[in-house]
Design a protein. Structure first.
Lengths: 170, 252
């Protein structure tokens, strides 16, 4: 049990970082990590021995996030019926857009799956095969989605560089 | 092995270090001769690098003690206990509800069914008239107990009320919803009567606690034993009957 806990503790910063980039909110992120850890501890026996623990934990975290997201969207729609308010899409603040590094700002604006994909591939260095297992799709699909995510990041990064200068000129 | 010109997938795999050494070398040689594609690949590599750099700060957040596995385990255990406790409380609540409902039902039933009401009715039918048809009388056999035992397995011994002046004079079988019953009429020299009644336990199918109750001018003394309920019904205010009832209290 101590060995398991030590492994989890070691991967904790990576889980928290991934959760922050999924939720884009540090405190929600920790809640997500907490519920994912509970799930992981409960399902520990089902974990495949040879599999990468990090990929397994990411997979749990990602599914937990999607479930929670789906629930809150459903709740949001319900709320909308009463308040007539529009869906609260994430929009980076003007300040953040100007200040943040262009790549990071562009990354923020990608959709959930693209953020997860780029983080897994470029930052965590997971293999395509591991990602295919997390997303439960063929490797070919992972690669085409990755390609789209990269193009999107590229385009957004270019856009971010020009936006502030346009402001200054105005 | 990759083929040249490389597919876009091969280029991504190159950026992500997922090509074999041989493929990587082949691709690098090809890229050297194709600067436009090389530039594209480099842009992706730069994006990946800046992303790694930008996100590296996220690894150094202040630890959150609530995320420690030990704490999470404790929390899970607490939640499990809480679930068990909730389940137990629910179970107790449901059981109390069920039991009190059942109790209320029994009380309602019991209040509707007076103990040994049929014994009192039988008295009124068979003991009041002298010329009722009967299944047993001392003319057939002198042994009332033998007649009773023939019809009821393990029936109690008939009360001996001779000391009070009462002797069995006739017996009659009848039936109840639960099975056969019998009434035995006792009479004394002055023509006063009391009856002994035997029947299977009533609708609630449970033995009666010994007791007595008054029903109009009659009194029923009842008890249970060996699978049957018994009652002795007599006139409540008649002194001779009172003596007989006292004799009943002696062990039968």
């Amino acid at each position: 049990m101590n060995e398991i806990d030590d492994q989890l503790r070691e991967l904790m910063p990576r889980m928290r970082r991934f959760a922050v980039w999924l939720t884009r909110n540090p405190s929600t992120a920790d809640d997500l990590v907490q519920s994912s850890l509970e799930k992981a501890l409960m399902a520990w026996g089902d974990k495949r021995e040879e599999g990468d623990l990090r990929a397994w934990l990411f997979s749990i975290l990602y599914r937990q996030f999607l479930d929670a997201h789906r629930r809150s969207r459903r709740y949001g729609r319900l709320l909308e019926l009463f308040t007539g308010g529009k869906d609260d899409h994430y929009e980076p603040s003007v300040e953040r857009t100007v200040v943040a590094q262009s790549t990071l700002a562009a990354f923020e604006r990608l959709n959930t799956e693209q953020r997860a994909l780029l983080l897994w591939v470029s930052v965590e260095g997971l293999s395509y095969k591991e990602i295919a297992e997390i997303l439960d799709v063929p490797i070919g699909t992972v690669m085409s989605r990755l390609s789209r995510a990269r193009q999107a990041l590229r385009q957004l990064s270019d856009g971010e560089i020009t936006t502030p200068s346009l402001r200054i000129l105005k | 092995m990759i083929t040249l010109p490389p597919s876009e997938r091969d280029l991504h795999a190159y950026v992500d270090h997922q090509l074999s050494d041989a493929d990587r070398l082949t691709l690098e040689t090809w890229l050297a001769a194709h600067p436009e594609t090389a530039e594209q690949v480099q842009a992706w590599q730069l994006d990946a690098q800046s992303l790694r750099a930008a996100l590296s700060g996220g690894l150094h957040r202040v630890p959150n003690p609530e995320l420690d596995p030990t704490y999470i385990r404790q929390r899970m255990r607490r939640n499990t206990y809480r679930h068990y406790a909730t389940a137990a409380v629910l179970l107790v609540a449901v059981s109390i509800g069920g039991l009190s409902g059942w109790q209320a039902r029994e009380m309602t039933l019991a209040s509707n069914v007076l103990p040994m009401a049929d014994a009192v009715q039988a008295y009124r039918m068979f003991a009041v008239k002298d010329d009722m048809a009967n299944d047993w009388n001392p003319g057939k056999t002198s042994d009332a107990q033998g007649w009773l035992d023939k019809n009821f397995a393990q029936a109690d011994r008939l009360p001996n009320l001779e000391a009070a002046g009462f002797k069995p004079v006739s017996g009659r079988l009848s039936s109840t919803e639960q099975g056969a019953a019998a009434i035995l009429v006792y009479q004394d020299n002055d023509g006063r009567k009391l009856t002994f009644y035997i029947r299977p336990p009533g609708p609630l199918n449970r033995p009666l606690p010994a007791g007595s109750r008054r029903d109009g001018e009659l009194q029923a003394d009842y008890w249970s034993g060996a699978g049957y309920n018994y009652a002795v019904v007599s006139r409540a205010d008649d002194p001779a009957s009172q003596i007989a009832r006292q004799a009943l209290r002696q062990p039968i």
